[in-house]
Design a protein around this ligand. Structure first.
Ligand code: GDP
Length: 470
């Protein structure tokens, strides 16, 4: 059990399934003693009263839930009892499966409130699980990431962290730093002795090893970020080349379109494609035209900015007209994100093998080119394949990628900076009592990530973002 944080003694309840009408809804209760509080409202289908000893742990029991005001059956329910400590929160947990009637459920919540079981705050179940040592903070946060995952790959990543993959790696690093710290602290106790130059070299080497490992973690966490939020693929091109047609074609092609993208201001011209389990946010932009009115110019400015920030670009041009001078100028200087050159309106090309004279040869050296027709649908499968190749090359699950939430990233960057500071102090031959200062702080920050040493306000910050019932 984690100290010095206080454990809550009161019992809590929350709807664990989404609100609204549904076939089945689950109410989850947790508390140091929770079963005796709800027993008075339970009856056997035959009408007989139920005793606490009736419940076999982790087994479903079919009972009736009684409204005490009318002594009438409120719902037929299935109940599972998870006695402490073998439950999600580590306390006594009861799950009640009832019918998904909002009025019945809210009446049950009222009844629970009357016996002192209060509504849980967001994330309170997970918070209790953490406080009872059922999981560390990284695992708790990964659980939330799993619920919010936008793609299967992201969900798998989150599960891996929930299983403790990241926590294990951080623990390894923490252990190493602790060993170094204890070595330095020990030499502090024998301050008359000279600093052993060989010893400090070894320490420096170990610290540099940790810095490298952190660098690796941070570098690969970018891919993790993409797994969670998806890749941005921006459609650009002159007006009328068929960007909107292509956008609609691709939207129609994919059956797993998620229409709302959480966390972004949803543009009407943005949707999410799923290719091989990776989320790709396709963004349509205003046409690129040099002249035009003020509003158009603003649209173009935004399109170019979006293009720079994107993870990939679909540059659309007309196959039958070939490249216009302004397109050529833009692409010849193009050094932005990876770009696929999409020649649309291939249906208008003459049947001869020579496509058109207006297509500079350097283009094919610089870009992957795909011919499509939004009119007859030809080439679209090839285009989807090429888009997939673009983004699905990210390393497979396992060592390669890492889904780090912003809090972990910032903390790891801070630890890295502190260890570098420590290395510099060793190089500058500073006394041990100075060298240990950033090292101690680095260890504290590392401990904060998994919650080994955590503050109440940090916990509030984390768990308040959770959904209720989790
Ligand atoms: P945007 O301004 O780039 O978004 O272009 P639109 O998607 O609005 O298309 C401009 C015009 O080109 C429309 O009249 C479309 O019907 C037409 N168009 C789009 N794709 C094709 C295509 O593959 N072949 C032909 N022949 N016409 C197309």
């Amino acid at each position: 059990m984690r100290s010095p944080l206080q454990l809550d003694q009161d019992s809590i309840v929350a709807l664990a399934t989404p609100p609204g009408m549904s076939a089945v809804a689950i109410l989850r209760l947790s508390g140091v003693i929770v079963l005796p509080l709800i027993i008075p409202f339970l009856r056997f289908p035959s009408g007989g009263t139920v005793g606490s000893d009736f419940f076999t742990p982790r087994m479903l029991h079919r009972l009736n839930f009684i409204d005490p005001d009318h002594n009438a059956i409120l719902d037929h329910v299935l109940i599972v009892y998870f006695p402490a400590p073998f439950s999600f929160t580590g306390e006594d947990v009861v799950e009640i499966q009832g019918h998904g009637s909002p009025v019945v459920l809210s009446r049950m919540l009222e009844i629970f409130a009357s016996v002192g079981i209060r509504a849980a705050a967001p994330g309170e179940f997970s918070r209790r699980a953490y406080l009872n040592g059922k999981m560390d903070l990284v695992q708790a946060e990964s659980l939330m990431r799993l619920i919010e995952a936008s793609s299967l790959r992201a969900a798998r990543e989150a599960t891996r962290h929930m299983e403790g993959d990241l926590s294990e790696r951080l623990k390894g690093m923490r252990h190493e730093l602790l060993t170094i710290l204890s070595h330095l602290e020990a030499s502090l106790d024998f301050s008359e002795d000279e600093i052993d130059p060989l010893g400090t070299q070894v320490l420096k080497g170990s610290l540099m090893g940790v810095v490298e490992r952190l660098e690796h973690l941070l570098a690969h966490s970018l891919a993790g970020q993409h797994l969670r939020d998806g890749f941005d693929l921006v459609l650009v091109g002159r007006p009328n080349v068929g960007k909107s047609s292509l956008f609609n074609r691709l939207a129609g092609k994919d059956r797993a379109i998620v229409t709302s993208i959480p966390g972004t201001t949803r543009d009407l011209n943005e949707f999410r494609l799923m290719i091989d389990g990776v989320a790709i946010n396709l963004v349509d932009t205003a046409g690129l035209r040099r002249d035009g009115c003020e509003i158009e110019r603003e649209g173009i400015r935004r399109a170019l900015a979006r293009m720079q920030e994107a993870d990939g670009v679909l540059f659309v041009a007309e196959a039958h007209t070939g490249m216009m001078p302004e397109e050529e100028a833009l692409l010849s200087e193009w050094s932005g994100p990876k770009t696929l050159l999409v020649w649309n309106k291939a249906d208008l090309l003459p049947p001869s093998p020579t496509l058109h004279s207006n297509r500079p040869s350097w283009l094919s050296e610089k870009f992957v080119e795909i011919f499509v027709s939004c009119r007859d649908g030809s080439g679209l499968e090839d285009l989807l394949g090429a888009i997939g190749q673009f983004f699905t090359h990210i390393p497979a699950d396992g060592e390669g990628t890492l889904l780090l939430v912003a809090r972990h990233r910032q903390a790891l960057m801070r630890v890295q900076a502190l260890i570098k500071e420590c290395i510099q102090l060793i190089i500058d031959e500073m006394p041990e009592e100075i060298i240990v200062i950033p090292l101690r702080e680095g260890l504290a920050v590392l401990g904060d990530i998994t919650g080994e040493v955590s503050q109440e306000d940090l916990l509030d910050l984390i768990f308040n973002t959770f959904c209720i019932g989790k």
